[in-house]
Ligand binder design. Structure first.
Ligand SMILES: Nc1ncnc2c1ncn2[C@@H]1O[C@H](COP(=O)(O)OP(=O)(O)O)[C@@H](O)[C@H]1O
Ligand SMILES: [Mg+2]
Length: 383
């Protein structure tokens, strides 16, 4: 049987091609690069992270941290696919406590940019620096530098024109950068962030123990003033944060800042629980504003379900849903007792009333492309 001319033989992809395909999952746009780099800085226990971008991150994304840094050997190893210092066994994946764990970000980013990585660990006299073009190491040298790490990503997608074409205007990519950074800065108020975009200082955030201070700096003082503290422990969950009073609502898409063990997540179970807590308090067509940090045993959350790690899967999802809904409602009631109007929904509202955009947790299934927060990229189960 002869092949038709259009048919091509099946072959293994050359490594540089495989690299770029995998990169499509982690590196969708400048904001995803920024997110991965800042997550690395936070995983390295940085106290201060400085970010600079040009042209919405298309020309430059630079992240400098004062974290633990890397040894010269680790620096080169970190650029290899699936090289990570954060997990070593499959068992480790069941209780991930760092933001990263796949060892994919650096090689994926390096494959589609001109990348400079410079780092020094505290027990080394000097730092080392490596420069790569399209994932190929061009230069390695010893340099004098402070303890910590600098990553500079230039000309993202310069070697993948098809992907570069999908990038939006500098303003749009810049908005995505800001949103990505905002989530990270809300996740870690105790870390200082400085963000310069296009030569303009956007945020200079001092470290603070007060989430409210960070919220005021990022979401505005008026927003922060209309939020009440929430602090509850419920079942397996510990919830701390700020919840908008019923007077503080927004129209349009959900913008809930929910963090699970320090990681921003976009999770339908949690979003539904928040909606349930506010049901009857705010008009059905409005969305509440919340910044909530949820702490729970890492073994109860699977973070290895989404390439960008914004989706998680809860074991005991129903219990976590109810704990959040009840905890939040209780927190709102304690912080701001409402007049005796018939606005409080019964603790267990009718199950039939689930709004279509937020399915009941028991009907929860992995949302399709529509649920992706960072554009219309493919949502694949495991990067
Ligand atoms: N800013 C940083 N400071 C210290 N080490 C870093 C930094 N960025 C990356 N690394 C090291 O490089 C490794 C690979 O990083 P990455 O590709 O993002 O994978 P992952 O974060 O999943 O481990 C990390 O595990 C870490 O050891
Ligand atoms: Mg990482």
């Amino acid at each position: 049987m002869s092949d038709s001319p259009a048919r091509r033989p099946v072959r293994l992809l050359p490594e540089e091609v495989a690299n770029q395909i995998a990169a499509g999952e982690v590196v969708e746009r400048p904001a995803s690069v920024l997110k991965e780099l800042v997550e690395n800085a936070l995983d390295a226990e940085a106290r201060r992270v400085e970010i600079e971008t040009l042209a919405g991150g298309r020309r430059l994304i630079r992240v400098v941290d004062d974290g633990l840094g890397m040894s010269p050997d680790d620096l080169l190893l970190a650029l290899e696919r699936h090289a990570t210092s954060k997990v070593s066994t499959a068992d480790d994946l069941a209780g991930v406590h760092t933001l990263g764990f796949r060892g994919e970000a650096l090689p994926s980013i390096a494959a589609v940019s001109r990348l400079r990585l410079r780092s020094r660990a505290a027990d080394f006299e000097a730092g080392s620096e490596v420069y790569l073009v399209g994932g190929v190491v061009r230069k390695v040298k010893e340099v004098g530098c402070p303890v910590g790490t600098l990553v500079e990503v230039r000309d993202l997608f310069f070697n993948t024109p098809a992907r570069r074409k999908f990038l939006k205007s500098a303003a749009t990519e810049g908005a995505h950068l800001a949103e990505a950074l905002l989530r990270l800065a809300l996740a870690r108020p105790q870390v200082a962030f400085r963000y310069q975009a296009g030569g303009r200082l956007v945020w200079d955030l001092p470290p603070t123990a007060e989430l409210r201070v960070r919220v005021a700096a990022l979401l505005g003082r008026r927003t922060a003033a209309e939020m009440v503290p929430v602090s509850v422990e419920k079942g397996p969950l510990r919830i701390r944060g700020l919840a908008g009073l019923p007077s503080l609502t927004r129209s349009g898409p959900e913008k809930l800042y929910l963090f699970v063990n320090g990681r921003y997540v976009r999770d339908r179970v949690l979003m539904h629980a928040v909606a349930e807590a506010y049901r009857g308090l705010i008009p059905a067509d409005r969305r509440p504003v919340v910044v909530l940090h949820l702490e729970l045993d890492p073994a109860l959350v699977d973070v290895n379900v989404h390439p960008a790690k914004v989706e998680v899967r809860f074991h005991r999802a129903g219990e976590i849903h109810d704990a959040l809904a009840q905890g939040l409602r209780q927190g709102l009631a304690e912080a701001a007792p409402r007049p005796a109007a018939p606005v409080w929904p019964a603790p267990a509202p009718e199950r039939r009333e689930a709004p279509s955009e937020a399915p009941r947790p028991e009907r929860y299934s992995r949302p399709g492309a529509a649920a992706a927060t960072q554009g219309a990229g493919p949502v694949r189960p495991r990067g």
